[in-house]
Every structure is written in C-alpha cells, then in structure tokens.
Design a protein around this ligand. Structure first.
Ligand code: 13P
Length: 254
C-alpha cells in the first residue's frame, strides 16, 4: 500500500514555546504508526531544528519546511534555499501551497524549478494543487488541476515522480470550515491519479500518495481518509490542537 500521511501545516501560527508544547502533547500520546503510515509536521523555519529533535526518536514521524526558494542560492534576502534545508537534515518540503501561489505569485514554472532542486537534494516535495471557487463553480476544476500538474511535474522522470507527495487542496475549502465532500475529494483524487497514469503508467500513479487538504478535522477525517484514492490529509487549523490532530492521525488507513 502507498504511504498514508497525516501532515500538519502550522502556517504562520504559534510561538516557539507553543509549538514545542503542541509537539510534546502529540508525541506524548505515543501513537504507534504502521509501516505505511507517516506523520509530518510542516513548521515555521525557525522551529525546524527543534521539531526535528522532538521527532528524532519516533518511528515514522518527520518534519517539513513550508516552502523553499526556486533558485539555488544568491542575493535573495530573507529567502531559504533547498541546500540550507538539506544541511539541517529536513526530509520534506511543502511547495505550491495556494497561499503562496496567491499572495506571493508563485507560478507553475517556479514550482517546477523548486521540484528539481528538492529532488536533487533528496528532499521529498509535498506538491499542492487545487482550484479556486470560481473555477469549481464553472465546473472546470479538472482542467485547472491538470494544467498545474502538467506544468510543474511532467518534466520529472517516473523515478522522480515516485518521490513526490501530492496534496489536493481546493482553495474554497481552506480555512473556510467548508470541506469538500468525501465524494468530491475522491473524484478529484482519482482524476489526479488518472492524469499521472496517462503520463507515467498505472504502477507509478498507484504508488503516489495524494493527500486531501481543506478543513480536515477529527469529525470528518475518517470519512475522507476511507476513500480509496485519499491517502491522508494536509491539515491547517485542526493541526494546531493536539486532540484534534491526534484523532486525525488515528483516522489514517491501516
Ligand atoms: P485548513 O485545514 O485550516 O482548512 O487548511 C488547509 C491547508 O491549507 C493545509 O495546507
């Protein structure tokens, strides 16, 4: 079975002390993960080393950066390079979150460059895609997401693609309390897998974990994760509360 992943995206929330306490509470639960299950904490850059040491003795718990720059290094004040993440041993990096696409104008082409740098350094990308409300209302969500996938991912080899985790996050469901129904999530995840399958073949497409993001919480995680093509979640708000996130971890497919 492909990996089943509960990924927390803290975004720009929590102080260092609050973050440390939250991790302590979640890890104190000592929830043992199955061989195919993973938990990933995408924390703000200044907390990466702390979070990494918190999970160091836990099987299948990892940390992720929330972003990286698309250039290797240079005069980009305030930015974080992939090589920097590599040098502190970060195994995952979220890229292409809709907030970055929208507020920082990140393009599919820049994301393609980030993917190359990450894969070169053997950091696994968590690549986000998903449509805004206007596109969903017009019924064009499949075409929209297909272009995001094609323009950012399709230059990768099949071997490289197997290292990528995809997160489908419909923008209209992020932070709105409005979740895609499990049927809507399943439909899009199956579509994403079919797009990958056409390009890379069914075996490769079947091996890629596709997470759902957008108002995942303890109350809906079971139903969402039980869908055959939903391999876990990328969780914002509910990942900031230990009891909520622990319940979400427990909802992962066995
Ligand atoms: P919410 O879970 O707060 O809707 O956020 C989803 C998200 O953007 C995760 O990356």
């Amino acid at each position: 079975m492909r990996k089943q992943i509960a990924a927390a995206n803290w975004k720009m929330n929590l102080t260092y002390q609050q973050g440390e306490k939250l991790l302590d509470e979640i890890l104190h639960e000592k929830h043992a993960l199955g061989a195919q299950q993973q938990v990933i904490f995408a924390v703000p850059y200044p907390y990466l080393i702390m979070a990494k040491s918190e999970v160091a003795n836990e099987q299948n718990y990892f940390v992720a950066a929330q972003n990286c720059h698309h250039k290797k290094s240079g005069a980009y004040t305030g930015e974080i390079a992939v090589d920097m993440l590599k040098s502190i041993g970060i195994p995952y990096c979220v890229i292409g979150h809709s907030e970055r696409r929208e507020y920082f104008n990140e393009s599919n082409q820049e994301l393609a460059a980030k993917l190359d740098l990450l894969l070169e350094q053997e950091i696994q990308p968590i690549f986000c895609c998903g449509e805004p409300l206007s596109v969903r209302e017009a019924g064009n969500q499949n075409e929209f997401v297909e272009i995001q996938l094609k323009e950012s991912l399709f230059h990768l080899s099949a071997t490289q693609l197997t290292k990528v985790v995809i997160a489908y996050e419909p923008i209209w469901a992020i932070g709105t309390g409005k979740t895609a129904s499990s049927a809507q999530a399943q439909e899009m995840h199956a579509f994403i897998r079919s797009v990958l399958s056409k390009q890379y073949g069914a075996e490769v497409a079947d091996s890629v974990s596709i997470l759902y993001g957008g108002s995942v919480k303890a109350a809906n995680a079971d139903e969402l994760f039980s869908q055959p093509d939903v391999d876990g979640g990328l969780v914002g708000g509910a990942s900031l509360q230990s009891a909520e996130f622990i319940a979400i971890i427990k909802a992962l497919k066995k």
